[in-house]
Every structure is written in C-alpha cells, then in structure tokens.
Design a protein around this ligand. Structure first.
Ligand SMILES: [Zn+2]
Length: 298
C-alpha cells in the first residue's frame, strides 16, 4: 500500500470514528427520549411508548439495522418486541358448549388472564342460563352456533336457518341481555353436508341473508383437531395446533366445549403457553373484528 493508500485509509477510519461518535451520542439521547420527547427519562418505556418511539424511529431511518439498534438501545426484549411489531393475535374459540367442562375451561382461561369466544348451542343444554351468564360475566364473548346444530334442519332452507338462529339468540338474550351478532355455522361456511339438505348454493344464500341482517359469521383457520375421528391423543392434538397455526396471523383456533372432550381442557394450558411463546396476544371475536375475509371460506 502506497502513501496515498495509507492516507486514504486513515481518513476513512477517522470518518467512521467521527460518524460513530455522533451517531452513538444521538442514539443515546434518542433512547433517553430527549430528542423525541416521547419517553419520559424517569420511566422505563411501556408498550405504548415503546411502540410510538419505534414507529417514529422507523419512519425516519427505516430498515432492519435500525430496528435492531432501537431494540437494543430501548431495552425491549426481542420476542415481546416481535409480537408488538407484528401485532400477532390469536382467537381461542370453543364450539358446541356449554358442557360439563365449561366451568373448568373458564378457570384455566382466568388463571392465564385470557379471554375467549364461545359459540354456544341451546338444544338439550341444562342450566344454559346460568352457564351463558357465567361465560359472559367473566368477560368472554358469546357467539351464536344455532339452537339445534341439526344440519338437516338448519340447512334445509334460509328461513329454517334464521328461525333456529333466532331461537338461540333469544336464549342468550334472556340470560345476558345481549343479542350476539357473531355467528359460527355448524360445520363452517364451506361444509358440504348442507348441499344434501338445501342444494348447492344454500350456504351462499344464508351468508347473504346474514350480512343483510347485520350478522357476522366466522370460520376458523386453525384447529386442535378435537372433533376428528378416531379422537386424537393429546400429543397429536398439540401437533395439530403447531401445524395449523404456523405462520398465521390472525389465528382463529377451533376447539370444542363438549362433555366428551376432556383432552381439549387438559391441553388448554399448553395451547395458551405455546401461542404466547410464539408471540401471540389473545383477543375475542366481536363486531370489531378485522381481516375476517382472510379467515372465512365462503
Ligand atoms: Zn359445532
């Protein structure tokens, strides 16, 4: 290397050092909140503040490197940060309840501070009022899963479906004073059994009617596999959860609240912990749900 080369290298090193010093100081000031004014330096950033700071930061500088730097300097833990940035949401849904397992399901959810959505039926349900009320009062959402859950009846015509739905709605209303707008079709919106009773486009017709009357139906995009036959083992159910939730946002996880499904209750703590570790926060399905077209099949 000649003299000129050496001088060039020295200049380059000097530039890097000077730039690094300026950038580092600015970053230190920024991380303390002096420049942005967003962070009060007497406090550690909470979720909202961190989100705001990061939002500003990315707006000005962009890119993965700065995200990483902001992450490091703001002291935000990476898995928490990932969840925050991607805003990953999982909706736990229980169909066909209430059942003898409902009180214990509610206990597990309470222990973990998680709210869920229960798509309930009315036919042959003892203590239904008490059970609906218990679900509702613990802060969960009640959805309508029709009164009878009988495919031959509800899918024979739009009128029959609506009558069965409204019967269920009345029962929930009696118990809680609310009329759920959220619905889940027995078998899902793309079930093929309905064709046998109401023709090829019965689901489309019912879906149109529901929309017209202001109802929102919700399918699922993940499952614990607890309705499969023969019944899967707990390990297989865990595999289903891992496999069907992978890479999805939001996750709408189908489970069943039925007397015979003890395993679902038994692996519920694992399901919650697994999804939390994957960076998901838990939400309930209500009128404000977004991206439902991503989930629904019809
Ligand atoms: Zn069902």
């Amino acid at each position: 290397m000649g003299l000129k080369g050496k001088r060039g290298l020295a200049v380059l090193v000097a530039l890097v050092v000077i730039f690094g010093a300026i950038f580092g100081t600015a970053l230190a000031f920024y991380s303390e909140g002096y420049l942005s004014g967003v962070v009060d330096d007497s406090k550690t950033p909470d979720k909202t503040q961190a989100g705001e700071v990061l939002g500003e930061w990315e707006e000005y500088y962009g890119g993965e490197l700065n995200t990483l730097l902001a992450q490091r300097f703001l002291g935000i833990e990476s898995s928490y940060f990932r969840g925050l940035k991607e805003n990953k949401v999982a909706y736990l849904t229980f169909d066909d309840g209430p059942s003898s397992n409902t009180p214990e399901i509610l206990e597990v959810l309470e222990r973990y501070g998680v709210k869920a959505t229960f798509f309930v039926n009315g036919w042959n349900k003892k203590n239904y009022k008490e059970m609906y009320r218990m679900i509702y009062e613990k802060g969960h959402v009640l959805g309508n899963h029709t009164y009878s859950h009988r495919y031959d009846l509800i899918y024979s015509s739009v009128e029959n479906f609506m009558a069965d739905l409204k019967k269920q709605e009345e029962m929930i209303y009696e118990a809680t004073g609310i009329r759920p707008r959220i619905i889940r079709f027995p078998g899902g919106s793309d079930n093929l059994v309905s064709i046998r009773y109401g023709g090829a486009d019965i689901m489309k017709k019912i879906a149109e009617r529901l929309k017209k009357e202001g109802y929102i139906y919700v399918d699922w995009n993940a499952s614990a596999g607890d309705a499969l036959k023969p019944p899967p083992s707990r390990e297989q159910m865990m595999d289903y959860v891992r496999l069907t939730t992978k890479g999805k946002n939001p996750v709408v996880l189908l489970m069943h609240d039925m007397n015979s499904k003890r395993e679902t209750l038994e692996i519920l703590p694992w399901i919650i912990e697994y999804l939390r570790n994957e960076g998901y926060e838990f939400g309930v399905i209500d009128e404000n749900i977004e991206n439902i077209d991503k989930i629904n099949r019809v």
